[in-house]
Design a binder for this molecule. Structure first.
Ligand SMILES: [Zn+2]
Length: 396
């Protein structure tokens, strides 16, 4: 919700009027200098919507504010040119309404358009969340990163590296929404205060690493040539893409990282296809390059890559992981009921590369069980299980 600065107003004052933390107001208005506010400047107040209201006989601003547990000045701030003593019947005013519900409705076919729509809506309500892009997909889709918090613990989560594992995207978007809600409204999740997490951690989420692949699984071949025909060839003539994990060029993005890439290459297909082809060299695909560059730039303390399926947590790579990885995996297992597994014979994945090059904790979490793509009927159960992991990733 937008309000306008009057002479003598301050962020500190707005924080009190709207009961939103000062830090969130500062972070929602990065283009303004909190110490040099000027009358007429527009200020974003996170966590509120301005709702239309028509004045009826007998209404006063005091009564309207009282009935909604608002300060009268919140109404004056939301209505720039209102005369509190000159209300008239039929007059339209704005009433600030604190948002206490989810914007993201994840239990649906969640394609790239659903993702960008939800991210934009979340950012308009929670402007302290930044939305940079990590680069473009092969088909030119911007791959967004959501960035929240001010802390020195830099935590990274990603989802939908693999196209037919797209349920990981609405799962992680639901957590993002719940986190933003709790941070703004000073509430807790499973007894943990999210306001503290905001000051102690910087959370980076890339909710859909492989948008072209997700849309392929959901909608079939793209209109763009040569991919319209080529993906069907890569898929051995089939128009059923439910088994597709790769990007639109038939490269498996989680086999693209320079961590014993040659070993993975040796045992995998040598041609583009629905899964397991790691490309001719490491990091040839723009989606994988974007993730590698993001990881170098942000210097993450830990990373968790969310996949389906198996209800397992992979935490090792080539004995290069730090000692704390095992303890962290055990805590993730405790809060989710999933099984910690040190390694399987697998290389060139994102978490493998992170462990190898940084010697910091990296995890692949396999959500749910069954055959990919997992049905949406598993959504609530998966979210209940993985919520503990999302939270532990922040507090550990
Ligand atoms: Zn996967």
């Amino acid at each position: 919700m937008d309000i306008y600065v009057r002479r003598g107003d301050s962020f500190w004052y707005f924080s009190n009027v709207f009961n939103v933390s000062l830090q969130l107001i500062i972070d929602s208005n990065r283009d303004l200098d909190p110490n040099a506010l000027m009358a007429g400047q527009r200020v974003k107040i996170p966590g509120y919507a301005a709702v239309d209201y028509r004045i009826r006989a007998g209404d006063t601003l005091w009564a309207i504010a009282q009935s909604r547990k608002l300060q009268v000045d919140a109404l004056l701030l939301a209505n720039r040119n209102i005369n509190p003593n000159g209300l008239y019947i039929g007059q339209m005013i704005k009433i600030p309404l604190r948002i206490t519900w989810r914007i993201v409705q994840g239990k649906k076919n969640y394609d790239y358009a659903a993702l960008t729509n939800d991210l934009n809506r979340l950012q308009s309500v929670y402007p302290f969340m930044q939305l940079p892009s990590i680069g473009n997909s092969v088909l030119g889709k911007k791959i967004p990163e959501a960035l929240i918090g001010k802390g020195s613990k830099r935590v990274h989560y990603n989802a939908s590296f693999h196209a037919n594992e797209w349920i990981t995207t609405p799962i992680i978007m639901t957590f993002l929404n719940d986190y933003l809600l709790a941070v703004t409204n000073k509430t807790s999740i499973r007894g943990l205060s999210m306001a503290n997490f905001y000051s102690q951690t910087t959370l980076s989420i890339v909710p859909m690493v492989n948008p072209d692949g997700v849309n392929l699984v959901m909608h079939g071949p793209p209109v763009e040539e040569p991919w319209n025909e080529r993906v069907v060839e890569f898929n051995k003539g089939s128009r059923d893409f439910t088994g597709w994990k790769a990007n639109i060029r038939g490269v498996d993005l989680n086999d693209q990282f320079p961590a014993k890439w040659e070993l993975e290459r040796a045992r995998n297909p040598k041609q583009p296809g629905p899964r397991d082809y790691g490309g001719e060299r490491p990091l040839t695909e723009p989606e994988a390059i974007g993730m590698a560059e993001l990881t170098r730039r942000r210097d993450f303390s830990r990373v968790l890559a969310f996949h389906t399926q198996g209800e397992e947590i992979y935490w090792g790579f080539d004995n290069l992981e730090p000692p704390e990885s095992e303890a962290m995996a055990k805590e993730f297992a405790r809060v989710s009921g999933y099984k910690p597994v040190k390694t399987i014979e697998s290389y060139a994945g994102y978490k493998d590369w992170f462990i190898q090059d940084w010697r910091r904790p990296g995890f692949t979490v396999e959500l749910g069980s069954g055959i990919n793509p997992l049905p949406l009927s598993q959504f609530d159960e998966i979210y209940e299980d993985v919520l503990g992991i999302f939270l532990a990733g922040l507090y550990l």
